[in-house]
Write a protein that binds this ligand. Sequence first.
Ligand SMILES: [Zn+2]
Length: 391
Amino acid sequence: MIPRPGSTASLRQTNLEAVLRQVRSAGGLVQAEIARRTGLSAATVTNLVRLLAERGQVAVAPTLINGRRSQLVTPLPGDGYILGVDIGRSHIRAQLVDLGHTVAGADHVRLEPGSSSQRGLELTAGLYARLLSDVGIDRSAVRHAGVGLPGPLDRANRQIGAATVLPEWMGQDLEERFAAALSLPVMIDNDANLGALGEYAWPPGREVSSLLYIRLATGVGGGLILNGQLYHGADGTAGEIGHLSLDEVGPLCRCGNRGCLEAIASVPAFLGVLSSALQRPVDVDAWVGLARDGHVTAVRLIEDLARHLGATVANVVNLINPGLVLVGGPIAAVGETLLAPLRAEVRQRAMPAATSRLVIERSRWGDDAEVYGASRLALMAVWDETSTSER
Ligand SMILES: [Zn+2]
């Protein structure tokens, strides 16, 4: 469990991370400087540094600064590792990360669309074994895994819900199956939720408290950070921007509804148009490449997608007033061709008061935001285990 927002454990964790981040980014700091940079009191910093030293995350040694005795705090490599995994319709990405957010190794494999969950589990386990060997660490050093999956997740049953792009994986306790395949404790979450988390919380972190992350791929996913916390909603389906309705009598969507953003701005349909125009099969990456080269039809279809997306984002902006809208996933690689008409549409349709300071930009992690978020989820689980065991 993630510490409850506002709880003592949550506050202490936030402060621990702030101290550790300062020490790591500076390479070493005296305690007074940590207090100055974090805004925490000297006594709080002393306690937090002692805890970090007990955990083996920092070393503390006496030093002389301007003739005065002081304690120099230096970072130590994290005690252990976690595994982050991001699974999409046609890819599996994984990374091994130490407890200080340093990525020790990362790799990916192609997942054949339509693969069974068993195939996905085997490929993930193989990727994990290869990463362990490449990085040169033993399996016993890895403490937790976070796994991102496309589509809404039923958090109670830990199953992937209807409207997923992996229908073959439905009806299974995926947390349990991944835990068995990897021989690790596992937490799963929706991939776009993890994209939001990776963008928000991966150091150096975002300077806003609320953001909307959109993952543009074969489907359109969304994740929300509200008041500094990943927001799941009552059943775990919050943020599903692809299934907001744009037209009550519009085309049928795979979720069973009509006129959803995903059904109107349908990426498979756009690819079909482009494929027949070019008389050869075109996938998402090829579409992005053509649009970047200025291919008229490819650009026009990106602009169409941006306008439909903008109409939907404007509603979300009116509802939750985020400080930041980030676009990730493979289609975001097209850059301003998508972002410029998206911004224009949002500004035209949302309330001026909600957009005057709103920033809309591309995900800083490109296609890796989800796997960073998956790693972050696993790191939070390890930190929570640590603080629970100390109570
Ligand atoms: Zn739908």
